[in-house]
Design a binder for this molecule. Structure first.
Ligand code: 6R9
Length: 645
C-alpha cells in the first residue's frame, strides 16, 4: 500500500524534456533501451565499438579480463589518452576549434584552440622529460584553476607519467601526505592563487610540503599572481622559462591500456585518504561515451563544468571527457560570488554557455542569494543543466530548472564517484522524464542494484545499499600501494559486488534515488571528508584528549562538520584555535562549524562511540533509539545541555 502511494507521488513529479529538446536529442528512450541491453548482454561488442571510435596504436586482443576484483579492459591494446584528446581532434579538422576558454577571477580571458593546446601540451611533455620524468613516475599537481593545470595533466598523460592532482584548498600537511604516499618525483605548483580576491600562497605551502614529504626531486612553478617566492636552486624551475625553451614536437607514448593514468586521493571511512587508481583505456572509453551521451553533446556546445580539477568531476568532465569529444569548455578560476552572486550568470551570458554542470550546494547558495542575480542576465544560450556531487533536493532541482533553465532546459542529476571514474546513474535528458530528487537509470554497462549486507537484492522502493554487480571500464583498479584495502573496501563488504558506500532505493520504473553515504564519510558542499580524518586532526592538537565528528544537515552545504571534543586534563580548548588547527592539518573545507567541549562521549560498554546519538544531539533532535547499551546514558543529557561553540 505505502509503496504504491510512494509511486504515485513520484509519478506526479515527472518533468519531461521540452519537445524542442527531445526532438534534437541524439538518444531517445528506444536507443537507451537497446544500447543498455546490448551493453550488458554483449559488453565486448558494445565497449569494443565505443573504444574503436578512438585511436589505438595497437588494437586490443580481449575487451575484458575479469578476475574478481581485478579487471583489465582492452587487454593488449596500446593507446594514449592525450593523443586522443588533442592530436586526433586536430587531425579530424578541429585544430581551430576552441578547446578551452578560460576566465580568471580578475576577468582575464585566455583562449586555446585544439592546435594551440596541443602545442602547449607537447612543449610541457618535453619539459617533463627534460626534468627526468619518465613513464610510471608520479607527478603531483597543486595548482589553481588555470589552463596550466589541464596542460600539465595532459602532458603527464602524453608521456605516461601518473598525475596526482591535489585540490589547491588543501593544507601543507594534506599535500605532504599525498606527495609522500604517491612518492612523487615532481610537483607542479604556482606562485599563488586568487580566491575571492585574496592571494593563497601555493608555493610557500608547496615548499613546506616538499620538506615534510622528502621525496620530491623537482618543482615546476607557474607564475600566476606575480607574488614573490623563494626558488630553490637545483630543484625549482619556472614553468614559463622551461616552456619557452621546449620544442613543440612530441610523439605521444603508446601506453598499455592498463597503464595507470592518475591517482586521485579521496576520503574513506577509515584511515588516511586513499589514492584511487585509474588506468588509461577503460577510463578513456567511458569518459568519452558518457560525455557525449549524458550531455547530449553537439558540435556547437559550450560546456561549463564548475568543479575544480582537483576533484574527479574536473578530471572527467573538464578535461578528459570534453576534450576526447572535441568539445569547447569554459574554465573558471574563481569563486561563484566574486564580485557578487551574479558571476556565473554573467559568464553564461557573455560566453554563451549551452550546458552547465554544477553541484547542489552551489545551487542552494544561488537560491539563497536570490533570483534577482540570474534574472539580470540573458541565460537563453543554456539548453541543458546538470548536477553532481550529492543528492539534489527537489526544491533545489525545481529552482535550477525554473530560474536558471527557464523551464526549457532538462536538469540531469548524475550519480557517480571518484572510484567509478564516470557517470553511473542519470536520466538521459532527451530520452526520459526526470524525477526531481532521483538520479535515474543506470548508464550503459552499469549493472546497478539495491542490496542488503548479505548480498540479497531488495524489492522496489526498499531502502538498501547501492552496489554494482559487474566491472565497468572506468572503475578504479586499486588503491595506490594498498591493494588489500581496495579488495576489502569495495569488493569485500558485500560478497561479489562493488559496494559504493551509499544508501539508495530503486522505484518501480527503475529510477535510483541515492540518499547519501552509509559509512563515516561526510559530504560537505559536495566534498568528501572522512570523520576519522577530522578526528585525527583534532586529537593531534595538544589540548584535545578525544574527539568525535559527525555531520549535521545543512540547508546550503548539505552537511556541516560538528565536533565533540574532550579536553586533555590541565588544558583548556579554544574553539577558534581548534578550527585553525583543522585548517592547518587538512584545509578550510574540513573546519568544524560547531564544536561541543564535552566531559564525556556516548560510548558502549566496549568503548565504541555511538555516533548515531551524537548526530541527534548535533541536529538538536530528541534522543531516540535504544540507549541501554551505553555505558552511561546520562552523557546524552549533559551533551544536549552543552553550549555549541
Ligand atoms: C562525482 C563525485 C562521491 C559521493 C557518492 C555520493 C555523493 C555524488 C551524487 C551523490 C547523490 C548524486 N554523490 N553524486 N549523491 N546524488 N547525483 O561527486 O565524486 O567526490 O568521490 O563523491 O558523492 O555519496 O558516494 P566523489
Amino acid at each position: 500500500m505505502s509503496d504504491s502511494i510512494d509511486h504515485v507521488l513520484q509519478e506526479e513529479h515527472l518533468v519531461a524534456p521540452s519537445p524542442e529538446f527531445a526532438q534534437r536529442a541524439t538518444l531517445h528512450a528506444e536507443d537507451y533501451q537497446q544500447m543498455y541491453r546490448e551493453s550488458l548482454d554483449d559488453p565486448e561488442a558494445f565497449w569494443g565499438r565505443v573504444a574503436g571510435e578512438l585511436h589505438w596504436h595497437t588494437p586490443w586482443t580481449q575487451v575484458l579480463d575479469w578476475q574478481e576484483p581485478h579487471a583489465q579492459w582492452f587487454v593488449g591494446g596500446k593507446t594514449n589518452i592525450a593523443h586522443n584528446a588533442l592530436d586526433r581532434n586536430v587531425q579530424r579538422g578541429l585544430g581551430d576549434k576552441r578547446a578551452i576558454i578560460w576566465e580568471g577571477e580578475d576577468g582575464e580571458i585566455r583562449t586555446f584552440t585544439y592546435s594551440q593546446l596541443l602545442d602547449d601540451v607537447q612543449r610541457a611533455a618535453n619539459v617533463l622529460t627534460s626534468l627526468g620524468v619518465v613513464a610510471g613516475d608520479r607527478v603531483t599537481l597543486y595548482l589553481p584553476m588555470i589552463p596550466e593545470a589541464v596542460i600539465a595533466m595532459l602532458a603527464c598523460a602524453r608521456i605516461g607519467a601518473i598525475h596526482s592532482v591535489v585540490f589547491g584548498g588543501f593544507s601543507v600537511n594534506a599535500l605532504a601526505d599525498r606527495i609522500g604516499n604517491a612518492e612523487s618525483k615532481l610537483l607542479i605548483t604556482a606562485d599563488a592563487s586568487y580566491r575571492r580576491g585574496a592571494v593563497v600562497p601555493l608555493k610557500d605551502n608547496a615548499d613546506a610540503a616538499a620538506q615534510k614529504a622528502g621525496v620530491l626531486e623537482k618543482m615546476l612553478v607557474v607564475r600566476r599572481t606575480g607574488s614573490a617566492v623563494q626558488m630553490q636552486d637545483g630543484r625549482d624551475v619556472w614553468w614559463h622559462e622551461a616552456m619557452q625553451d621546449a620544442g613543440t614536437e612530441h610523439e605521444a607514448a603508446a601506453l598499455d591500456s592498463e597503464h595507470p593514468l592518475f591517482v586521485l586521493y579521496t576520503s574513506g571511512s577509515t584511515g588516511k585518504p586513499k589514492g584511487v587508481v585509474h588506468t588509461t583505456g577503460g577510463y578513456m572509453a567511458a569518459t568519452y561515451l558518457t560525455m557525449g551521451a549524458v550531455f547530449d553533446l553537439k558540435d556547437d556546445d559550450l560546456f561549463w563544468c564548475t568543479a575544480d580539477v582537483g576533484w574527479v568531476t574536473g578530471h572527467s568532465y573538464i578535461v578528459y571527457g570534453p576534450l576526447l569529444n572535441g568539445a569547447s569548455v569554459l574554465m573558471y578560476e574563481g569563486a561563484p560570488n566574486q564580485p557578487d552572486w551574479g558571476r556565473y550568470w554573467d559568464m553564461i551570458e557573455r560566453h554563451k554557455v549551452s550546458i552547465l554542470y554544477t553541484a547542489p550546494t552551489a545551487i542552494r547558495s544561488f537560491m539563497r542569494a536570490g533570483d534577482e542575480f540570474p534574472n539580470r542576465f540573458d541565460l537563453s544560450s543554456l539548453r541543458l543543466l546538470g548536477s553532481v556531487g550529492e543528492p539534489i533536493n527537489p526544491e533545489a532541482w525545481r529552482w535550477y530548472w525554473r530560474v536558471i533553465g527557464g523551464e526549457r532546459c532538462p536538469v540531469i542529476d548524475t550519480w557517480w564517484q571518484t572510484e567509478t571514474g564516470s557517470i553511473m546513474l542519470t536520466t538521459l535528458p532527451g530520452a526520459f522524464p526526470a524525477k526531481p530528487g532521483s538520479a535515474g537509470l543506470p548508464m550503459f554497462g552499469v549493472d546497478a542494484a539495491i542490496m542488503n549486507m548479505q548480498g540479497e537484492e531488495l524489492e522496489a522502493n526498499e531502502g538498501g545499499y547501492l552496489v554494482i554487480r559487474r566491472p565497468w571500464p572506468s572503475m578504479l583498479r586499486t588503491v595506490y600501494g594498498d591493494d588489500d584495502r581496495y579488495r576489502k573496501t569495495y569488493w569485500g563488504e558485500i560478497p561479489h559486488v562493488y559496494f559504493a558506500g551509499d544508501g539508495a532505493r530503486r522505484d518501480a520504473d527503475g529510477y535510483f534515488t541515492v540518499v547519501g553515504r552509509v559509512d563515516d564519510v561526510l559530504n560537505v558542499s559536495g566534498h568528501r571528508l572522512g570523520t576519522m580524518e577530522i578526528e585525527s586532526a583534532l586529537v593531534s592538537h595538544p589540548s584535545v584528549a578525544e574527539a568525535a565528528v559527525v555531520g549535521k544537515p545543512d540547508a546550503v552545504k548539505g552537511e556541516s562538520v560538528v565536533a565533540f571534543v574532550l579536553t586533555q586534563s590541565g588544558h583548556t580548548v579554544d574553539p577558534a584555535e581548534l578550527r585553525k588547527h583543522v585548517t592547518r592539518e587538512i584545509g578550510a573545507l574540513a573546519r568544524p562549524d560547531a564544536i561541543y567541549i564535552a566531559d564525556a562521549l556516548p560510548k558502549t560498554r566496549s568503548g565504541k562511540i555511538m555516533r548515531r546519538f551524537l548526530r541527534q544531539v548535533a541536529a538538536g533532535q530528541e534522543i531516540s533509539g535504544d540507549t541501554s547499551t551505553l555505558e552511561d546514558p546520562a552523557v546524552l543529557e549533559r551533551l544536549a545541555a552543552t553550549p555549541v561553540q
